[in-house]
Design a protein. Structure first.
Lengths: 282, 380
């Protein structure tokens, strides 16, 4: 069964946190939600996991006992040890037996946490805490695994471990939804959803999102003209310039370049800004 | 539910400071309150001024305690003695009638002084003394016979020595449980909210009842140990008697504890942070201490305030603990406080369960994630 949401929306007072969002979560696949701060990622994940109820739209999700959820705060009890945190989750989900104990040991070992099983949650490093949070969420082999920014603020090696856990959960058959602010992580997903101010700015497989990018992309060493500054951004040492009308920029040092996912996401956000400005002007 | 209970126990065990506070504080409070909370006034500083000061001073008896006589003093001198704290009572002799000044700023001393002065006056006007005075003015040889009535015999039941501690300790056990139970339980849910773990509880397969009972259970056991300690020490140190049934007292105490802890958890579920929770908990604790009948009798409260007392669980626990321990009352005499306590418990637990349901099963636009947006690390 494919889980997901159709046309969900939610307001916090006067703020439209989420509007008319669709998302499919098929089993065995990783879907990534990308977006900046305040884009609506946590709201969407809370709705999918059942921590929030949408004001409009429909949600398809399994029973609570078949959902694994990592909130943005990692959900780890600071005054319980790693082992006690996991035992609580096991008991709450009714996951018992030698097979679960073996699975716990395997996941802890793979995440590099086996040696710190007795350490308190509050004494773990940020990366360790996030890894423990993900293991807590996937220990009972959920049908739907929802992870809210598991890799934010985590070092590259811990990010590698975290993505191993995420891929492992999908390989076991879970439908996995991951929120992130890192576009490169979206490239690992079967499909991504780009959120901007609560609305879907782009969605689909990473290649499809890149292919759907309108206009042309230039790369150059010098800065852009002030008139075009709104469509330019720095990446590494070079500048990137997007021309919505598909024209090429004349001048030395500028050349057309094939966009990647990061470019496509940046352009989708720029288009959102343009639309908002035009809407405001109108 | 078992998972929640074990988790809460583990967390309480880790919180050594709170645990120590829950065991040591009640005993400390009992000893301090038991000795300090006394309405018995045994020494009232007294001065006598005016021409007859020396002779009058010799008649001053306990609890009035003569601290000075001044035959040349007058009303102004006596007022000055009360003003500067030298004395709480001043007799001014030498006028048409003796005037007594009493310091009303200290209520209990003033009341005791009134009684002592009345007793002194009665002694001065006793029938024997009157007869002796009348005899001096009668012609010699006249015999005066007076039928002197026997004074009534007063038997004080349940607390013959009228000791404050005997009346206070059974109620103090309740005060201590209110302090410990409400204050500490009030931090239970708010800690989850601040640690950002409430959202996870919300999506776990736990019912509101599981979470409520899980939160209460460890404190319930610690508070039950506290109650045993407080009553044991109270009986040993202050000689509080136990005239009634232990089973009845334990039943009343367990019921009271359940209500108190549920109030604490309810307070916690409506608070956004620990500071708010403590403030709210104090707002439920203070009226209980002042209005439960522990210090001020319910009968002397204005009707507009007395109804508040009837909404407070401590009111009923004070009646139960005093009734059982001091008066040996059986259940037929105590069914009312038991019934009201149970009714209060039913209301509080229902509200707490509904509140937990709202917290854990979100309505549109609400839910644990929404309500903890101010909590640690939550992003939108």
């Amino acid at each position: 069964m494919t889980f997901g949401v159709r046309g969900v929306g939610l307001r916090y007072g006067s703020v439209q946190a989420l509007a008319a969002v669709d998302l499919d979560l098929p089993p065995g696949e990783v879907r990534v939600v990308v977006g900046g701060d305040g884009a609506g990622k946590t709201t969407l994940l809370g709705i999918v996991a059942g921590a929030l109820a949408p004001a409009e739209g429909a949600v398809r999700r399994p029973a609570a006992a078949r959902i694994g959820y990592l909130p943005a705060s990692s959900g780890v009890y600071p005054d319980l040890s790693v082992a006690e945190n996991l035992r609580f989750v096991q008991a709450a989900y009714g996951a018992r037996g030698p097979e679960v104990a073996e699975r716990r040991r395997m996941l802890l070992e793979r995440a590099g946490l086996l040696a710190v099983e007795g350490r308190l949650g509050g004494e773990l490093s940020g990366g360790m805490r996030q890894k423990l949070g993900v293991i807590r969420a996937m220990l009972h082999r959920p049908d739907l695994l929802v992870l809210d920014e598991p890799t934010t603020g985590v070092d590259p090696l811990s990010r590698r471990d975290l993505w191993w856990l995420i891929a492992h959960a999908a390989a076991e058959g879970s439908a996995v939804l991951v929120a992130t602010t890192y576009v490169d992580e979206a490239e690992r997903a079967t499909a991504l959803l780009l959120l901007d101010h609560g609305r879907a700015a782009a969605s689909g497989a990473p290649d499809a999102v890149i292919a759907a990018m309108p206009g042309t992309l230039m790369v150059g060493d010098a800065g852009p003209d002030p008139a075009e500054a709104a469509f330019a951004w720095r990446r590494g040492r070079a500048w990137r310039l997007w021309r919505p009308d598909g024209s090429l920029r004349a001048g030395a040092g500028w050349r057309a370049v094939a966009p990647d996912l990061q470019d496509a996401v940046t352009v989708a956000l720029l288009r959102g800004e343009m639309a908002a400005r035009q809407g405001g002007a109108a | 539910m078992w998972a929640m209970i074990v988790k809460e126990f583990l967390q309480l065990r880790r919180d050594r400071r709170t645990l120590a506070m829950m065991v040591v504080l009640p005993l400390m409070l009992l000893v301090i309150f038991g000795y300090a909370a006394s309405f018995d006034v045994s020494r009232i500083s007294t001065v006598v001024v005016g021409p007859g000061a020396k002779a009058f001073g010799r008649q001053i008896a306990s609890p009035l305690h003569l601290v000075g006589t001044d035959p040349r003093g007058d009303l102004a001198t006596a007022r000055s003695d009360l003003q500067d704290g030298t004395a709480d009572v001043a007799f001014i002799t030498g006028g048409a009638r003796t005037v007594v000044l009493v310091n009303g700023a200290d209520l209990f001393t003033a009341r005791a002084a009134e009684t002592a002065v009345a007793r002194l006056t009665a002694a001065q006007a006793s029938p024997a003394r009157l007869m002796a005075e009348i005899q001096t003015v009668l012609p010699p040889g006249t015999t005066l016979s007076l039928l002197e009535p026997k004074p009534p015999r007063v038997d004080v039941l349940y607390n013959p020595g009228l000791k404050t501690a005997l009346v206070m300790v059974p109620g103090l056990a309740g005060v201590i449980l209110v302090f410990i139970g409400t204050l500490i339980a009030s931090l239970g849910v708010v800690r989850e909210r601040q640690a950002g773990t409430l959202e996870q509880l919300a999506v776990m397969p736990l019912s509101p009842w599981d979470v409520l009972i899980g939160k209460i259970a460890p404190y319930f056991i610690v508070a039950a140990v506290d109650l045993t300690l407080v009553l044991g020490v109270g009986m040993w140190l202050f000689g509080v008697p136990m005239h009634g049934s232990w089973i009845l007292l334990i039943l009343g105490a367990l019921l009271f504890l359940f209500v108190t802890l549920s109030i604490g958890v309810l307070v916690s579920s409506v608070s956004q942070n620990q500071g708010q929770a403590i403030q709210l908990a104090m707002m439920t604790v203070l009226p209980q201490i002042l209005l439960s009948g522990l210090i001020f009798p319910l009968a002397s409260m204005a009707a507009g305030v007395r109804w508040i007392a009837y909404l407070l669980p401590l009111t009923y626990f004070v009646q139960i603990s005093r009734g059982v321990m001091l008066m040996g009352q059986p259940l037929p005499d105590l069914w009312q406080p038991f019934l009201y306590l149970a009714a209060l418990g039913a209301v509080v637990v229902t509200v707490a369960t509904l509140r937990f349901r709202r917290l854990l099963n979100p309505a549109p636009g609400g839910g644990a994630a929404r309500r903890s947006r101010t909590g640690a690390g939550t992003r939108s």
